[in-house]
Ligand binder design. Structure first.
Ligand SMILES: O=C(O)CCC(=O)C(=O)O
Length: 282
């Protein structure tokens, strides 16, 4: 088993504790009290979203990697929200709504939450939502924009595994992507095939309705929906020169090269980089 430490949990969060103990050292933490008093904790449910936007068409993404000429998180399908929610209710465990932009799609939702006064400057134009059914998984990845992320969770439980950026040498990072190798099972790691995983040290937590998980910039995360649920990510864009540089490089170089080469070479490009993920570590 991969060595995992439980993420700290704060029942009462103050700006001082958050900034001094977590933001400064870039460590994850779960905050239990941030969403107290938000309308979201009481109102948000599939039925509520459906009333507001059931007729809206949304893109849905599956767990499997896209190996063709599209981007890594290849679009799988699209359908009306109400149809997707019916699938969730009947046990759909693969298709997820991913990076659903609240202000663009259901602006009414902005009245149901607040940006926490915690010492971070949140990027208020980009609260996003993620939905998944019981059993859905989000591949191990890190976020391209090096943001501080507050993942505010609602609905059923979900498990999150996290690794600091200094663990990257053991992660089988696929070059030009923001993910590790698809076929690694972090719950039952195959040490014969992927021996570097033995060196990993990470963190783990289970999120419940109303919990907020702080994901520091550049941290790897892998998510398993133990029950149907939905989360909202609030993000503060990087301010440290090193993180601004990494964000620029990711957005304007790495992603552009990946998109261009995928269009040109398709699965040949992916196959080559997946092999490199292994040989680079060796
Ligand atoms: O909660 C989810 O489904 C995905 C969240 C995520 O991966 C992210 O915010 O980067």
């Amino acid at each position: 088993m991969i060595s995992l430490t439980a993420v700290d949990v704060l029942e009462k969060t103050t700006q001082e504790t958050f900034m001094k103990n977590y933001k400064r050292d870039e460590l994850p933490v779960v905050m239990k009290d941030i969403t107290q008093g938000w309308r979201a904790t009481k109102l948000w449910s599939l039925e509520y979203f459906e009333r507001l936007a059931g007729e809206k068409e949304v893109k849905l993404y599956g767990t499997n990697s896209s190996r063709d000429k599209t981007m890594l998180y290849g679009e799988q399908t699209s359908m009306k929200i109400k149809k997707y929610f019916d699938l969730l209710r009947s046990g759909e465990n693969d298709l997820r709504m991913f990076f659903f932009e609240i202000l663009k799609e259901i602006p009414e939702l902005q009245h149901d939450f607040e940006f926490p006064e915690i010492g971070l400057k949140f990027f208020k134009k980009l609260p996003t939502m993620f939905f998944g059914g019981k059993g859905a998984k989000v591949q191990m990845h890190f976020d391209i924009d090096c943001a501080d992320i507050f993942l505010c969770h609602f609905g059923g439980k979900k498990k999150v595994m996290l690794f600091a950026p200094d663990q990257t040498p053991f992660m089988y990072h696929v070059p030009y992507s923001f993910s590790s190798l698809y076929d690694i099972d972090y719950r039952v790691p195959d040490y014969e095939k992927y021996p570097a995983l033995k060196h990993l040290n990470g963190y783990e937590t289970t999120l419940h309705h109303g919990d907020v998980l702080y994901i520091p910039p550049g941290w790897w995360h892998y998510i398993e929906y133990e029950e149907m649920g939905y989360s909202m990510a609030l993000r503060a864009l990087p301010r440290k020169p090193k993180n601004i540089y990494t964000m620029m490089k990711n957005v304007f170089w790495t992603r552009k090269v990946e998109t261009f080469m995928r269009k040109k070479q398709g699965s040949k490009w992916t196959d080559k980089n997946e092999k490199l993920a292994v040989t680079n570590i060796e």
